[in-house]
Design a protein. Structure first.
Length: 220
């Protein structure tokens, strides 16, 4: 009987020590977890526990924080991208608005019908450019939507390019530049989205007009 009591006593003592060890480990992990949540520190949670359950809990918590950190970084980068885009949009829209305001002033001061007609034509063109910029903004929103699907079809790029170039007529005139187009095969076809291909041409020509000089040469 005494032997059984001794054995049970050792078992109770062993279990008590193991329980205290578990409690100490959990308290330590809780402190680390609380600190990470408050400070957003990137250190990995660790403990001296050798139990597989505790080690698995540590791994799960560390993986969770790594994913949270990655998501937080992705959101920060996205926010910076949006801020840059908004800054660029503000700058791009201000230019045609300023131009329209200037031509409206000239329109009010003009007396001849031919002069008024010329100013109205320029204002109409600037409004079309502004509309195109707004469409680009909506397109950016579409492209950033994971559910957006790009439909591709067989298209001829040459007529699209000519249409885009015609929309920049006044810009070429103001810059005293005449675009040169060299297409060996004007009927060549590509697999593309017409809306996006148009936007590519618009952006390239817009950049060439802003940063180029003397002439613009477009080759197939």
């Amino acid at each position: 009987m005494l032997f059984i009591v001794v054995i049970l006593s050792f078992v109770v003592i062993f279990l008590s020590m193991r329980l205290l060890q578990y409690r100490h480990t959990m308290d330590d992990l809780e402190k680390q977890l609380t600190y990470k949540l408050k400070t957003q520190s990137k250190f990995l949670m660790t403990s001296s526990a050798k139990q597989k359950e505790i080690q698995k809990l540590e791994q799960t918590l560390n993986q969770m924080f790594v994913r949270l950190s990655e998501n937080s970084l992705a959101l920060a980068q996205k926010d910076q991208q949006i801020q840059r885009m908004l800054s660029g949009i503000t700058h791009d829209i201000r230019t045609p608005l300023t131009s329209i305001q200037g031509y409206l002033t000239l329109l009010k001061e003009s007396e001849g019908e031919e002069e008024r007609s010329a100013y109205l034509e320029v204002i109409s063109y600037r409004l079309q450019m502004l509309q195109g910029m707004l469409e680009n903004i909506f397109m950016d929103a579409k492209l950033n939507d994971d559910d957006y699907r790009i439909d591709l079809e067989i298209r001829k790029p040459y007529p699209i390019l000519c249409k885009v170039l015609a929309s920049f007529y006044h810009d070429f005139h103001e810059k005293n530049m005449e675009p040169s187009i060299i297409f060996e095969n004007q009927n060549i076809e590509v697999y593309a989205n017409e809306e996006l291909l148009t936007r590519v041409f618009q952006n390239l020509i817009h950049n060439a007009l802003q940063h180029g000089y003397a002439y613009i040469k477009i080759t197939q």
